[in-house]
Design a protein around this ligand. Structure first.
Ligand SMILES: [Zn+2]
Ligand SMILES: [Zn+2]
Length: 177
């Protein structure tokens, strides 16, 4: 998604609304193991004030994957609100090549140059930051039985749950002696 800064400048100080679905490409990281393209739905309001673009709104993504415990297919829904501002740099970059990036040097937050503010990378970062540590179908997913492999959310198996690790058995033996 790209914001046309010249449009915003025409109504300086006023918020314009944008409702769009924007493609973020694939993630393919520790949490999202597939390379499916991810789309972000966003309801955004943006305004230009001298040398800054203010944005606010809310976004939602749906990410397909599988539960890391029971391996069932699931859709992870992430949604959050956003409030940020981007500072326009003078004389850097070609017109139309606005890019959101963090200015690590003086910690000013996001900056861009040119007359277009490209929010794709910014949105990708938002999504990555709001990802859970792993995909789960539910917080109390019981996973697969390590002995027989049944999905313990839907089936009871007769495997004993007590530890049968021979090393533990040996330790207990030592304790007794
Ligand atoms: Zn699960
Ligand atoms: Zn079992």
């Amino acid at each position: 998604m790209k914001l046309d800064i010249s449009e915003l400048k025409k109504v300086e100080g006023k918020f314009l609304s944008y409702n769009t679905r924007t493609e973020l490409g694939s993630f393919g990281n520790e949490i999202v193991k597939n390379n499916d393209t991810i789309f972000l739905d966003v309801q955004l309001e943006a305004a230009y004030v001298p040398r800054r673009v203010l944005i606010k709104g809310k976004w939602l993504v749906e990410i397909g994957g599988e539960c890391s415990r029971c391996l069932e297919k699931i859709v992870l829904v992430l949604k959050e609100e956003l409030y940020d501002q981007f500072t326009q740099l003078k004389g850097i970059g070609e017109p139309g090549e606005g890019m959101a990036r963090t200015d690590g040097q003086n910690g000013e937050g996001f900056v861009f140059s040119g007359d277009m503010l490209d929010l794709k990378e910014y949105f990708r970062q938002l999504v990555i930051m709001s990802m859970p540590l792993r995909m789960l179908c539910s917080e109390d997913c019981r996973g697969l039985c390590p002995a027989c492999g049944v999905n313990r959310n839907t089936e009871e198996c007769s495997c004993r749950q007590k530890s049968t690790d021979p090393r533990w058995a040996m330790l207990q033996q030592i304790k007794k002696e």
